[in-house]
Design a protein. Structure first.
Length: 146
């Protein structure tokens, strides 16, 4: 079993905790990463984090992960609704992915209701705030067992 989970975050996720806390919560990305690091330690799994505001950097990271990653947890943020390139990268590497959103994208503006990632992800977790990452991590562990 490959014992590495890659956690990818898209644009503006570096501003978590400051940016619209009424929608995205008060936890920072660093705090979320700290919680996942502790879960990974207990599960004896490696976890790697990557955040970028640039679509091509996310595509590059997905491509580079194909040799040593058992599952990708991805919050593409705004790229959810626009990036065929990220979708295609996920398909190309054949690594199972879990899509995460802090807010319920289906309860927000109409343009947020479509995800290019959902159809190629193993599953999607939305609307549970930072706890969604913990749910996604547990899902990733289950996926990697198979």
């Amino acid at each position: 079993m490959v014992k590495k989970v890659l956690v990818l975050n898209g644009p503006n996720m570096n501003l978590l905790g400051e940016r619209e806390p009424e929608i995205y919560g008060s936890k920072s990305l660093v705090e979320i990463e700290s919680e996942l690091t502790e879960l990974a330690r207990k599960a004896k799994v490696e976890v790697e984090f990557f955040q970028s505001n640039h679509e091509g950097e996310i595509v590059d990271k997905i491509q580079k992960s194909r040799a040593d990653t058992g599952c990708i947890i991805i919050n593409p943020a705004a790229f959810t609704h626009t990036s065929i390139a990220i979708r295609d990268a996920l398909v190309s590497v054949k690594i199972p992915a879990v899509e995460v959103h802090l807010s319920n994208i289906y309860g927000r503006e109409d343009f947020r209701h479509h995800s290019y990632i959902a159809a190629v992800a193993r599953g999607q977790i939305a609307g549970f705030g930072a706890y969604g990452y913990i749910l996604a991590f547990h899902a990733a562990l289950e996926i990697m067992k198979k």
